[in-house]
Write a protein that binds this ligand. Structure first.
Ligand code: FAQ
Length: 311
């Protein structure tokens, strides 16, 4: 009976145990997981583009090899996450359709341009840093396949974060022009990085249910605060200024106070009207269409092998 299934699910959550694909789960739980995991997967795949543009223009073989490895990791993260969504009954081809038709979201952060190589460093430092803050707690998410995927993803993100920071340290030891390039990239990426954590708690319709289900372990504002506290000393060490005149240590709270992001900008970018939204989705669409022959050939090959196995 439905009642005891619900009770069993509630007890699993209350005991901090994992929900697994074959367990009964409420429809809302399944829906919200498919939504979040699919958005997360799409973000990884779209997130290959801003930095990927620099692979052919990286300033040395070493930087090219690092960047190649990083962008390839992101493809891998997207694939684990699509697989996690499939354990909930979602279909990967359908999720891809939804992305390229603009019916499913991906992170706002990937709709900003990367005009200089310092952007590669700042993406590693800020964007992967924010991803780590947000995703380490997701290793304890209540849904087993999602939580387990996060373990490996977080290890790789931490390599990504360090390569970005190390790249910036190198540029800061370079010429005046290189230092200016780093500061300019920091100025452009700081506020969009704070927006990655989502709207403020009072304006986050999904948080209450996701926290009760232990899909999310912390609120958007809590994780944003952690990111600021983690990043300020790193900025000092690097010798750059974070572009927020209200940013200061608050000894009473034992945390930093900081200014308010422009939430209307986040709304606009999520709504499709950021600097690069159209370009990102168009590129994903054309890559998908260009790959049609590979999918057809793989399907035909699998069918042939299955026929042979039966014969
Ligand atoms: N961009 O009620 P909430 C990476 C949407 S890391 C776009 O607060 P929720 C690694 C939200 O979906 C980036 N949309 O929602 C990498 C919802 O819309 P819906 C990906 C946003 O889910 C690094 C509505 O606004 N990370 O890729 C954003 O409770 C470098 C209301 O918001 C993840 O996806 C946004 N910034 O909290 C790759 C982490 N914020 O669905 C390459 C997993 C909110 O109702 C290079 N996801 N929205 O139509 C999460 O932790 C959560 O989903 C949040 C949003 C925190 C993002």
């Amino acid at each position: 009976p439905e009642q005891s299934l619900q009770e069993h699910f509630d007890a699993t959550i209350a005991r901090d145990q994992r929900v697994e694909p074959r367990d009964w789960m409420p429809d809302g739980y399944r829906k919200t997981l498919v939504r979040q995991i699919a958005q997360h997967a799409h973000s990884e795949i779209i997130g290959m583009q801003p930095e990927g543009e620099w692979i052919t223009r990286a300033p040395s073989l070493r930087r090219k090899a690092i960047l190649f490895a990083k962008v390839q990791d992101e493809a891998g993260h997207g694939l684990y996450l699509y697989s996690a969504a499939e354990t909930l009954g979602a279909d990967r081809a359908d999720l891809t359709e939804r992305l390229i038709e603009g019916r499913q979201k991906y992170s706002s952060i990937f709709n900003y341009p990367t005009p200089t190589f310092a952007d590669v460093g700042v993406i590693g430092w800020f964007v992967d840093g924010a991803a780590i803050c947000n995703q380490v707690p997701l290793c304890r998410s209540s849904y087993g396949p999602y939580a387990r995927a996060m373990v490996r993803i977080c290890k790789e993100e931490s390599f990504h974060q360090r390569q970005g920071y190390e790249l910036l340290l190198t540029m800061m030891r370079g010429t005046e022009a290189q230092r200016d390039m780093v500061q300019d990239a920091v100025n452009r990426w700081w506020w969009p990085s704070l927006m990655m954590f989502g709207p403020p708690d009072g304006d986050s319709p999904n948080s209450a249910a996701s926290m009760a289900w232990k899909i999310k372990r912390h609120t958007n504002d809590e994780l944003r605060q952690r990111f600021v506290d983690m990043t300020v000393p790193q900025a000092d060490k690097l010798g750059v200024t974070l572009p927020d005149p209200e940013l200061r240590w608050n000894a009473e709270r034992g945390r930093h106070d900081f200014g308010t992001p422009d939430w209307s900008e986040l709304k606009r970018v999520i709504g499709g009207d950021g600097p690069c939204n159209a370009e990102r989705v168009e590129r994903r669409r054309s890559a998908h269409e260009d790959g049609a022959w590979v999918r057809e050939a793989a399907t035909a090959h699998a069918a042939k092998r299955a026929r042979r196995a039966r014969a």
